[in-house]
Design a binder for this molecule. Structure first.
Ligand code: SF4
Length: 357
């Protein structure tokens, strides 16, 4: 994938890669750290703004490298303040991110793949197909753009890796992005304010556990039994729900927090009292909380939202079993920015899905 200028992008390079860049230009190693701070802490848009670098070095850098964030082609504003960003990448692929302002916090939901190969039956991203993995600069550029455009408020940022794609199928790029996001010398997002959501790609989840600094973990469960999960989420064929929960229980959550188990409620499909009781049994002995997500309807999604009564009853059964449960309030529904509603732009051609490793 060639950039328009044909030059590599400085944005998205980690410390090791920046060290190679400065070595290649015959500069001392400490220059890499200076450039790192400009890219991820101060987030300048041009090399010319890196004022503690000598003019000659700035010129050499600008001659050999781009400094670019992904191009925003559309911002859709919801009545509730949510903004959905559509980015177009160099190869024409489009991805979406969502900015969600709330009373006490503000959140960015980012994508890690253009589309998604996992084809969960209730998810517009899955239904619309898969294009490719994102590069680190394409992931970090979503955060940089949204942060730069948000009103200057003292509220802490939350970043959730819950947009288009399965982040653990794009492990290398995702981890480079996570490190820069949590780095106090980078974006400085506190690990407990960063959440990675996964269906449970077990080998990658095991690797993530070995990272010295890790984000919060959310597991996309969505069904209480293997049989029903297999119907809704084809990945269940590969990674068993019980094994995923066992691995999640070993995941070291920052600051003693708990794993979140996400469960989209589909009217008449997985929202009945029998399902709630099966979920209680599935999570018996597990430390974690359940986040119920009433389906956000879309014309292409072949399911209905749950009734308010079904949501209440589901919550009651979980609460009585002493499981901490919350119900996610939909945001940005009117602009298709809510969970499961991000999708490839019409007319984009999906590619065959890679085999999940
Ligand atoms: S729910 Fe997540 S993993 Fe499933 S298809 Fe949608 S984006 Fe992919």
């Amino acid at each position: 994938m060639e950039s328009p200028s044909g030059k590599p992008n400085l944005f998205g390079l980690d410390r090791a890669a920046l060290s190679q860049v400065v070595a290649g230009l015959g500069e001392p190693a400490y220059r890499a750290e200076q450039i790192y701070l400009w890219l991820y802490r101060r987030r300048v848009r041009t090399v010319a703004e890196m004022t503690d670098l000598a003019k000659g070095l700035r010129e050499a850098l600008a001659a050999a490298y781009d400094l670019r964030w992904p191009e925003v082609v559309e911002r859709r504003h919801s009545r509730d303040g949510t903004v959905k960003y559509l980015f177009r990448l160099d190869d024409g692929a489009t991805i979406e991110s969502v900015y969600i302002p709330e009373d006490r916090r503000r959140t960015i939901c980012i994508s890690t793949q253009a589309g998604c190969p996992l084809k969960c039956a209730f998810c517009l991203t899955g239904i619309s197909g898969y294009k490719r993995n994102l590069k680190p600069w394409e992931i970090l550029g979503q955060v940089a753009t949204v942060m730069a455009e948000a009103p200057p408020e003292p509220k802490a940022w939350n970043v959730v890796v819950m947009g288009m794609g399965e982040p653990l199928l794009n492990y290398e790029s995702t981890v480079i992005a996570l490190r820069a996001l949590m780095d106090p010398d980078g974006f400085a997002v506190a690990p407990k304010k960063l959440t990675l959501s996964t269906v449970g790609i077990l080998p990658a989840l095991e690797k993530l556990m070995q990272e010295p600094v890790r984000p919060n973990l959310a597991i996309s469960l969505h069904a209480p039994t293997k049989a029903l999960r297999r119907e809704l989420m084809p990945i269940e064929e590969r990674y068993d729900i019980q094994d995923v929960i066992a691995a999640a229980q070993r995941y070291p959550i920052p600051h003693g927090g708990a794993v979140t188990y996400e469960y989209v409620l589909l009217g008449g499909v997985n929202d009945q009292p029998t399902h709630a009781r099966a979920l209680v049994r599935l999570l018996a002995g597990a430390h974690g909380k359940v986040n119920l997500i009433p389906l956000n309807p879309a014309p292409e999604i072949p399911f209905a939202p749950p009734s308010p009564e079904a949501i209440d009853e589901f919550c009651r059964i979980l609460s009585e079993a002493r499981i901490t449960v919350s119900v996610r309030r939909p945001r940005g529904q009117d602009i298709l920015a809510a969970c499961g509603q991000l999708h490839l732009k019409r007319g984009e051609v999906p590619v065959p899905a890679p085999v999940a490793s």
